[in-house]
Design a protein around this ligand. Structure first.
Ligand code: SF4
Length: 479
């Protein structure tokens, strides 16, 4: 256990990609000898300790650098249950110390050229530029504001390289005409329904097409998951393109797990050229949930927030991540996941605000079973002035059985099934009418959700039970 961190470093430090000059190697050794025992440093070369309340974020097994994933809980990390969620700890300490504003800054993905190398050299260089005398006089002034500004003037240019320039601000989309039909309907004030279709596991698209035809007249958009639970299926973009050809409105999902920074930009450019405009940006479920043999589990190249930041800049600034100009920029309506019941709602709201700042224009939430409890989350978002900047679609799942309810509550990170619903499903099981009870619960939830201020629709995740969608829309919304 390291001295200043509540977790411990499970993965070894990174090694530099190529041989470094002696001076740099010596400095790296000194840095590791000090920061290793103190903070569990992994020598990522792009240090963020200043922003993360002195807890190293590289203890996160997904390597997330912008906050927790939707599976964060106070108790443990869902990827590795033997350790705490380090991002929960970072949020907890930052809120306690009044440093939560630092958590809003959109931080860049790792620059792998620097991984395994010292990060102090760049800090010393920056300090030299500002002037050691200046720094000492401000730091010794005793004024909190002056100390904080001085530290930021040293660390900000180091952590925000030219090619990223992340900040804590909201960046309104730089276009007026809706980029997609879904955006048009939401802006028109319609209470929309989106539904998820599970992509096939083979090249046979008969069932997929059948589901698209069945759901198309009843919903505003169809989501196609991107190998959810890390189980490979037909890709989201292929299903989305098929849906588009069939006259439906697709939401393509992209995940950090499946995309490197190169792959993301090229796929997103291709998708826009094919007419796919709604993109849901996710970090993705950990590889650990999927079948063996497992791919690399300790790092993703990009997280969902970084994906939003990159795609928004491609659209609004006409720039690739490397700064190259895009002559005809893509048009997107960008979405993100939200997880009201993961960890603490205050923490979640901050994370949601960060996503909106990075570029999220709509949220599709994790499955909600307690319509009253989401008021607290909506209040937290309202306090952060987020509600007028994003459309919120609340995720719902009609339960098929008591067993599903138990599984979701116990096994799926970020989902909470209230005791009352558990009891109803258990009683329904005894009577042999679990499916009908599940539908009634979903209808009751729709009834409550459609009246909520700040909510623009529902997102139905039926997990293979697509046939139930028309009934839910008809009885729940009278359409
Ligand atoms: S953020 Fe990177 S450099 Fe900083 S302590 Fe963690 S691993 Fe080390």
């Amino acid at each position: 256990m390291s001295v200043f961190t509540p977790g411990r470093r499970y993965q070894p430090p990174f090694m530099p990609f190529k041989r470094q000059p002696l001076k740099k190697r010596a400095l790296a050794k000194i840095e590791l000898a000090i920061k290793g025992p103190l903070f569990g440093c992994r020598m990522c070369g792009n240090c963020l300790l200043q922003e993360t309340a002195l807890i190293c974020p590289m203890e996160c097994p997904k390597g997330l650098r912008n906050g927790p994933c939707g599976g964060s809980t106070p108790e443990k990390c869902y990827v590795d249950e033997s350790r705490p969620c380090i991002w929960y700890k970072i949020y907890e300490r930052s809120f306690k110390l009044g440093r939560e504003a630092f958590l809003l800054e959109v931080l860049p993905p790792l620059d792998w050229e620097k991984a395994g190398m010292e990060s102090w050299g760049a800090v010393f260089d920056q300090a030299k530029k500002i002037g050691v005398k200046n720094i000492v006089s401000h730091l010794s002034s005793g004024e909190v504001d002056s100390v904080s500004k001085t530290l930021d003037s040293i660390f900000q240019p180091v952590r925000q390289p030219e090619w990223w320039q992340g900040d804590s601000l909201y960046h309104a989309p730089k276009y007026t005409e809706p980029a997609s039909e879904l955006e048009r309907r939401l802006k028109a004030g319609e209470f929309v329904v989106a539904a998820e279709i599970t992509p096939p596991t083979s090249t046979n698209t008969d069932k997929l097409k059948q589901n698209i035809e069945l759901l198309k007249p009843h919903v505003a958009a169809l989501n196609f998951t991107d190998s959810s639970s890390a189980i490979p299926r037909m890709s989201s973009w292929a299903c989305s393109k098929l849906a588009l050809e069939m006259g439906a409105e697709p939401v393509m999902q992209v995940t950090g797990r499946e995309n490197t920074r190169i792959g993301l930009q090229s796929n997103a450019m291709g998708a826009a050229a094919l007419g796919l405009r709604n993109i849901l940006c996710l970090t993705g479920d950990s590889m650990v949930l999927g079948p063996a043999p497992h791919g690399r589990m300790d790092i993703v190249d990009l997280d969902g927030i970084q994906i939003l930041w990159i795609l928004r800049r491609m659209r609004d600034e006409g720039k690739y991540l490397d700064g190259r100009e895009i002559i005809v920029p893509p048009r997107y309506f960008l979405g993100a996941a939200a997880s009201p019941f993961a960890s603490n709602m205050k923490f979640q709201a901050l994370r949601e605000q960060k996503k909106v700042n990075a570029g999220a224009q709509f949220f599709q939430t994790n499955v909600v079973f307690d319509a009253d409890a989401i008021d607290e989350w909506l209040n937290e978002l309202a306090k952060r002035n987020v509600l007028d900047k994003v459309f919120i679609l609340i995720g719902l799942t009609p339960l098929k059985s008591y067993k599903t309810a138990v599984y979701m509550n116990n096994k799926i990170p970020g989902i909470f099934v209230p005791e009352k619903i558990m009891k109803r499903m258990e009683a329904a099981k005894a009577k042999g009418n679990e499916q009908e009870e599940g539908v009634q619960i979903a209808l009751e939830l729709i009834e409550k959700i459609k009246t909520k201020q700040g909510v623009s629709g529902v997102h139905l995740m039926t997990v293979g039970w697509e046939e139930i969608v028309p009934r839910l829309v008809k009885e729940g919304l009278g359409r």
